[in-house]
Design a protein around this ligand. Structure first.
Ligand code: TRP
Length: 327
């Protein structure tokens, strides 16, 4: 029996290259090793986007298309919508009763988001409980592997602690310890050298056209010390070079040479890069466009995924109620 793996993303916007090289690059390679559950976390999205939840329907379908076009295979893995599998909330309720308030209040992600996110009121009961639901997402599958980025590690730690507390209280050894599977792929920075992020508007997304990609690539920051085209460049501090390395590593030596010997200017270098990115994304974007023409299929994928997921979650909930002695 393969071990179970669960991960999720919140449908709060368009997917970009950061997701493609980060989370998705990791997920697709794990599908043969684990029994995988990939969840569109709409309840989690609602916790921060409750004022514009109307956009979510479209983001959910687009996200499903993005995942499949990047190589998540609905025949191998369950792809589902969190709110379609009711047991996530049931277990979340149970866990919230034994979750000490202080664990939630001192969670670093909670404190950071309250501080950093402007324009949204996150001082709500629901948002404080974000990690409780995330723990339920993981534990309801008894998932042992959870591919996440560094930023999610505090939530995973809380998941392990609440699992132990549950096992201890109810003298059942129901929940195994989930382990993070950190993304191995190198991080891709945004066009402005900051972290690639929706809120910085510094990304190339899977829904960008070739023209938009060209424009965005031209706007990338290069070596600031290279002022004239005849100045030698420093590829090792240039984000454009790191994109070459990611998209077409076999060109790296050539790029290094034309940069440090000032054979090509940054503008030309970025034009060539844009064509490489466009070519790389072409099959993914084409698949995505085709998938989005058949939304009924995408809804079916989510429905099938929810069925696969529910088989597991119903069993776990049964064990949970038995352990508590409630039903
Ligand atoms: N909190 C995660 C994020 O923002 C999304 C998520 C929700 C998740 N539930 C999960 C990730 C369970 C892993 C496991 O990226």
């Amino acid at each position: 029996m393969k071990k179970r793996l669960l991960s999720g993303m919140r449908p709060t916007g368009k997917m970009h290259l950061g997701h493609l090289f980060g989370a998705l690059g990791n997920w697709t390679g794990l599908q043969d090793k684990y029994s995988c559950f990939f969840m569109v976390a709409d309840w989690h999205a609602l916790m921060s986007e409750y004022k514009n939840a109307g956009c979510m329907k479209e983001f959910i379908i687009e996200m499903t298309a993005d995942w499949i076009s990047a190589g998540v295979d609905p025949d191998k893995s369950a792809i589902f919508l969190q709110s379609d599998v009711k047991e996530h909330l049931e277990l979340s309720m149970v866990l919230s009763d034994i979750m000490p308030l202080s664990w939630l209040e001192r969670c670093p992600t909670y404190k950071e988001q309250l501080r950093e996110i402007k324009g949204k009121d996150l001082t709500t009961y629901g948002f404080l409980g974000y990690p409780v639901l995330q723990a339920a997402d993981i534990l309801i599958y008894k998932a042992e592997a959870v591919p996440v980025g560094q930023d999610q590690l505090p939530h995973l730690e809380l998941t392990r602690e609440i699992a132990r507390r549950f096992n201890h209280f109810y003298k059942g050894n129901i929940f195994p310890d989930p382990e993070p599977v950190l993304t191995k792929t190198s991080k891709i920075l945004g066009l402005d050298n900051r972290k690639m992020s929706k809120s910085y508007d510094n990304f190339i997304s899977l829904s960008d056209t070739a023209d938009v990609i060209k424009k965005k690539a031209s706007s990338m920051i290069t070596d600031p010390q290279r002022i004239k085209k005849t100045d030698p460049g420093h590829y090792d501090i240039c984000n454009v070079f790191s994109y070459y390395n990611l998209f077409k590593p076999e060109t790296a030596d050539e790029v290094k040479a034309w940069c440090k010997e000032a054979q090509k200017g940054c503008t030309e270098c970025k034009h060539i890069l844009a064509d490489i990115i466009i070519k790389h994304l072409e099959p993914i974007i084409e698949k995505r466009t085709n998938l989005l023409k058949d939304k009924a299929y995408l809804h079916d994928v989510l429905k099938e995924g929810a069925k696969k997921a529910s088989d597991v979650t119903a069993k776990t909930m049964h064990e949970v109620y038995k352990a508590i002695g409630m039903k």
